[in-house]
Design a protein around this ligand. Structure first.
Ligand code: OGA
Ligand code: MN
Length: 282
């Protein structure tokens, strides 16, 4: 097993490993590297859904996948697998997020105990586009000027549960566009990572976000200011997918997004999400 840091603000590739056959010692090393690099890429894997679930379970119990936009619950027999795909079969989308852009977000932050990690396994990828970007939220926090760090200390953010990152309404939820009253979960705006002990800004996603207790206009102004520090290319790394790529990320200290791609091309990814805990305030 060999670790090759991307040289970007986060992420490393691990080569020389078949994720179907790792030892406990391999896993310990992968876990350590993941905490250190936030995102890990493993290429040329050959995983069935059972293999993907087995590797994922090494990190802890899995959350069930969110309900897809179509109302389909999950892959038959595997409630842990979330399908991200634009493919339409018999007139029905087999997965979520379509072919458009997916905006910066962390997964399932609209629940009280959001997953600590997610992993995405590429089955089919388009010839161009559909790259996934990751953003280092420790670095975003560290880049804030001291007065802004003081202002956000102790604040709580409501993370919207109305829309997913593709802009689609979540099933069974009313289309509410008022950040104060939309459904969601409240988390500390600055969190301490339980393993690394480092502070990260926890923004979740921009749409319908609301800093609780503030007048809406103040919340919006402060969020715009914070997001201006998050929208920084030099704090990102992008994966140009190949079939057989598995990318594992830490939802406690990263955000991710996806570039749009040609809707005539096929993209099929299977995701798992590892149960997390309430985010500890810094
Ligand atoms: C996800 C996600 C983006 C992508 O699976 O959580 O945001 O690139 N996917 O498919
Ligand atoms: Mn996501």
């Amino acid at each position: 097993m060999k670790l090759i840091p991307t040289g970007a603000a986060l992420a490393a590739e691990i080569t020389g490993v078949d994720l179907r056959a790792i030892t406990d010692a391999d896993f310990d090393r992968i876990h350590r590297d993941w905490i250190h690099h936030l995102v890990l890429l493993f290429r040329d894997q050959h995983l069935t859904d059972e293999d993907l679930i087995a590797f994922s379970r090494r990190f802890g119990a899995l959350d069930w996948a969110p309900v897809q936009e179509t109302g389909r619950r999950f892959v038959e027999g595997h409630p842990e697998i979330y399908v991200v795909s634009n493919v339409i079969e018999n007139g029905v989308a087999i997965g979520s997020l379509g072919a458009g852009e997916a905006v910066w977000h962390t997964d399932m932050s609209y629940i009280p105990d959001p997953p600590k990690a997610s992993m995405l396994y590429a089955l089919e990828v388009p010839p161009a586009g559909g790259d996934t970007g990751f953003l280092n939220m420790y670095a975003v926090y560290e880049s804030l000027p001291p007065d802004l760090k003081r202002r956000v200390q102790g604040l709580q953010l409501k993370h919207d549960g109305t829309y997913n990152s593709g802009g689609y309404l979540r099933l069974g939820v009313d289309a509410v566009d008022d950040p104060v009253n939309s459904a969601g979960a409240v988390h500390p705006l600055v969190c301490t990572h339980p393993q690394s002990g480092r502070r990260a800004l926890y923004l979740g996603r921009r749409r319908n976000a609301y800093i609780t207790g503030l007048p809406l206009a103040e919340s919006e102004a402060l969020l715009e200011e914070l997001w201006s520090y998050a929208n920084r290319d030099e704090l990102t790394w992008y994966n140009r997918w190949r079939p057989g790529d598995l990318v594992l990320w830490d939802n406690r200290c990263t955000m991710h997004r996806r570039d749009a791609f040609d809707s005539g091309a096929r993209r099929i990814m299977h995701r798992t999400q590892i149960k997390g805990e309430a985010r500890p305030a810094a």
